[in-house]
Design a binder for this molecule. Structure first.
Ligand code: RB5
Length: 145
């Protein structure tokens, strides 16, 4: 599984920690920046990850900013993207199980390292349930037309 990751300055310091969590689960991780904690604009990095995920079916993305909110709003502007801003194990699990989210967003200023471990565990171990959720996700995607 390929995962693209990016942050803004407010998510930068946790990026290597999060990359390791995916690497140790066998994911191939591509870091799309930034390379330093210098101030940047989160929509630029949301666009980079969302575009890659949209172009590479089956891949996933991770976007981290201060809250996760700006990243998710921006990523969801790209066709084919279902970016979910999560807070904990349960919301990360539901984002995959019910919404078939393809980009995980959270805030470094909101969740600590322990919670991030739980979030990544839920994200990686949960598959889309399909069934009654299939048609709902199709309806979400139809809103793009
Ligand atoms: C940056 O200060 C902050 O606004 C950004 O990281 C993010 O939280 C926006 O949603």
């Amino acid at each position: 599984m390929k995962v693209y990751i990016a942050t803004d300055h407010a998510g930068f310091s946790i990026k290597e920690f999060v990359k390791e969590l995916f690497l140790k689960r066998g994911y191939v991780v591509e870091d799309l920046g930034p390379d330093s904690a210098n101030r940047v604009d989160y929509p630029d990095f949301a666009k980079k990850v969302a575009t890659k995920v949209a172009q590479n079916p089956g891949s996933q993305g991770v976007l981290i900013c201060g809250t996760g909110i700006g990243m998710s709003i921006a990523a969801n502007k790209i066709k084919g993207i279902r970016a979910a801003e999560v807070h904990d194990y349960y919301t990360a699990k539901m984002a995959r199980a019910h919404n078939d989210a393809n980009i995980l967003c959270f805030g470094e200023r909101v969740v600590g390292k322990g919670e991030i471990e739980s979030i990544v565990e839920a994200w990686c171990e949960t598959k889309f349930e399909g069934g009654r959720h299939e048609n709902r996700v199709k309806k979400i995607m139809a809103l793009e037309e």
